[in-house]
Ligand binder design. Sequence first.
Ligand SMILES: [Zn+2]
Length: 442
Amino acid sequence: MDAAGTIARGDLLIRDGVIAARGEAVAAALAALPGGRAGATFDASGAFVLPGLVHGHLHLCQTLFRGLAEQSDLLRWLRESIWPLEAAHTEASIAASTRLGLLELVAGGVTTVNDMGTVRHTEVIGAALEESGVRAVFGKALMDQGQGVPRGLIESRRDALEGALAIARRFHGAADGRLSVSLAPRFILTCSDGLWGDVRDASREHGLLIHTHIAESPPEGREVKTAVGDTAADYFAAREVLSGRFVGAHGVWLEEAELKRLARAGAALVHCPGSNLKLGSGFADVTRWRQHGIRCGIGSDGAACNNRLDTFHELSLAAGIGRTLHPEQPLAAREILALATCDGARALGMGDRIGSLEAGKQADVIVVSADAPHHAPQPERDPYATLVHAARASDVRLTMVAGRVLYRDGAWATLDAERALADARAEARGLKRRAELTETRA
Ligand SMILES: [Zn+2]
């Protein structure tokens, strides 16, 4: 996934967490090492070696909600299911939710996540991210108003911002730079004018990404118009919220003029095709985003609206949607794969460090097997097509972040899978009960 689109058969040498050499350069680099050989090797014959997948929009706190919030459109789904469940979270349930999500993501080749979090317990998510070894941008969701928001998720404007900055002080740049913190105002309907201004100022002052939802569904767009008298992008532009640090998820209903505003500001968008299809939100037009020169990533959104956290599945859906919207000029499979690698990294402002296998970049690397019946008979004929249209998360054999193996052939190195699954089952039951109690009381 380098700029030249190199596909090579050969070795990759990793040293001190960084890609030291690839292909023909490996022999000379190895010879220069003490002893002339690598300390450990992984045989990736019959497999593709790829930059680790960048997951651009996610709610790890919602992994426990999988199967608990079916059959409604976005706003009803949030008000009737998701927010009461988020309000019912405890430290233990949010830890279980985060670990369950990470189990699935790491085994599916994800090395970087961009997580939205929820209002409370963000430090628990941060600690779980740290121990898991993944690379992450994460934030505390900011909500200081909104119809149907449970009391447990509403904060004052001041508490919201101060809470976010406290998380940034503790985690931004932590774990050898693997963790960074974003500001995560949930969306226009749950954040006051004043809070958006605070977020803009704090993003400028501390260099933090702004991660939010934008133009996800038509009813949401109508409520936004009624509430603020504007489209989402125009509202953000008027408040100078848009910049190269802005990452907006969904963007399904952005109009031409809004895309121009986003492009002018250098903002990024994240495509969430599986979530958009399941909630009936619509088809985001990534081809048009790209034509405007907007940096684009891809993500699955939370497990409650997908319900997979399988990036390969998202790639396949993105390809199908792109083809349907532009039958004559569909995005190439390489452009689709870029959403989860080099382009996805650029969308998060990390393009110089991750997203391709090039010497000097962080050793965020995955090995994807290509020898199962569903890849046969000639997976190597068009590797991009194989990876976008045929590969599955379960094809991943190795996941490495900064040179550290997190997952290898069915075994997790940093996460206790058995315990995480048992905790998730137990915590999901308690969570549902607490959410129902809250509802009855309301
Ligand atoms: Zn989301």
